[in-house]
Ligand binder design. Sequence first.
Ligand SMILES: [Zn+2]
Length: 234
Amino acid sequence: MKPMPEDWERAIAVVAHPDDLEYGVASAVARWTRQGKTVTYLLATKGEAGIAGLSPDQTGPLRMEEELRSAELVGVSGVEFLDYPDGLVEYGVPLRRDLAAVFRRHKPEVVITMSFDLTWGEEGPVNHADHRAVGLAVLDACRDAANGWVFPEAGPPSNSIKDAYVAAVGEPNYFVDVTDSIDAGIASLREHRAYLDGLGGEFDPDEFLRNMAGFIGLGAGCEYAVAFRRYPMG
Ligand SMILES: [Zn+2]
């Protein structure tokens, strides 16, 4: 793995649900915003179907609030929600259009998203359908954003995006050293209180994130790291 280049100013991180970015990526976001970079979040859903025993009407606003607090702790400048139905996000032209419209408006150089692999690791559980739909659509929308003949109704084309980086993949090729920013990442995950309580059990954000980032750090040559797979767009 190589260190991820940091010669950029603006990134947008796009995922399906409140909490997706807090399971690792937020530690890297904290590092970037401390460097003065601008990072915004875009969520396809409000995560309203994410807590068993709590109705979507109650859960949606609660999880949006949690996401806003999480984002603030790592210096994110803005959080937007596309309001697709949680659990039922479909890969397709409408999703690509909505993503391309946001990319054209924000003009990020770097786009971050999460794994769209079918499973988590070789023998791991099946990756959520929403994650698969969103991750793949994000990569396609990076190209769509630059093509003025595609989605002309979604704003003027922009070829700002140089690279997309996908987190939580089986075969990463870039890493970000988060040794100095993992504390903010842990605090960010702790903000998802209602969600974590809903899972029950004894989940410890500190232990979970340090274990994962420590394992990646072993391969990266630093104490804690977050790994990505790079997809060049230029
Ligand atoms: Zn998710």
